[in-house]
Design a protein around this ligand. Structure first.
Ligand SMILES: Nc1ncnc2c1ncn2[C@@H]1O[C@H](COP(=O)(O)OS(=O)(=O)O)[C@@H](OP(=O)(O)O)[C@H]1O
Length: 168
């Protein structure tokens, strides 16, 4: 009803205003999509870099073994500072060159193979059934230096007879 009352110049300006609003909205939408995509890509790159810095070097001999707890870096660690090893390995700025980086990495891996799988846990979470122990574990597991079993080993109640060799 209202638009019928508009005179011709008014209708023209209203049409112009409508088109202008649409194009402005479209531009804003495009800008939002592009900037949002950039942010996601930047975040994922940062996360992946952060993850790479403290990457767990998987031990091929670790399959099926029960390991609970953190393994110390430098002596029994399966966690190595990948960034540092790569930087040394690149040899560009390092005075010692690539052999030092590779040697460091392989030394860590060999030490982990020698000791890492056979270590008793550094910490135990003890609790009654339905006491929230799983939640405690999941919170502690967030820390990048913590390695923990996915399932409960039930060593003390069901598998004690198997001995410490089984438990390690
Ligand atoms: N923060 C906090 N506050 C209150 N309740 C919590 C909390 N964290 C875990 N839960 C509840 O604990 C129940 C699981 O406990 P457990 O992980 O020990 O379970 S299990 O015995 O190992 O199966 C489980 O209860 P149910 O959902 O009734 O099974 C969880 O909901």
């Amino acid at each position: 009803m209202a638009h019928r009352l508009l005179t011709s110049p008014n209708r023209l300006s209203a049409r112009f205003a409508f088109i202008f609003t649409i194009s402005l909205s479209f531009t804003y939408l495009c800008y939002s999509i592009i900037s949002c995509r950039g942010t996601i890509m930047t975040n994922s790159q940062t996360n992946s870099q952060a993850y790479d810095d403290k990457r767990c070097v998987t031990n091929k001999n670790a399959g099926g073994k029960k390991l609970l707890g953190k393994v110390e870096e430098g002596c029994t660690s399966t966690f190595v500072d990948v960034k540092e090893a790569q930087r040394d390995g690149a040899g560009g700025t390092s005075a010692t060159g690539s052999s030092r980086g590779e040697g460091k990495l392989s030394k860590n891996i060999s030490l982990a193979q020698k000791y890492g799988n056979k270590k008793l846990p550094n910490a135990l979470i003890v609790g009654v059934k339905k006491g929230g122990t799983r939640a405690v574990l999941e919170f502690i597991r967030i820390h990048p230096d913590v390695r923990a079993l996915g399932t409960e080993p039930h060593f003390f109640d069901r598998n004690y007879d198997r001995g410490l060799d089984w438990y390690r």
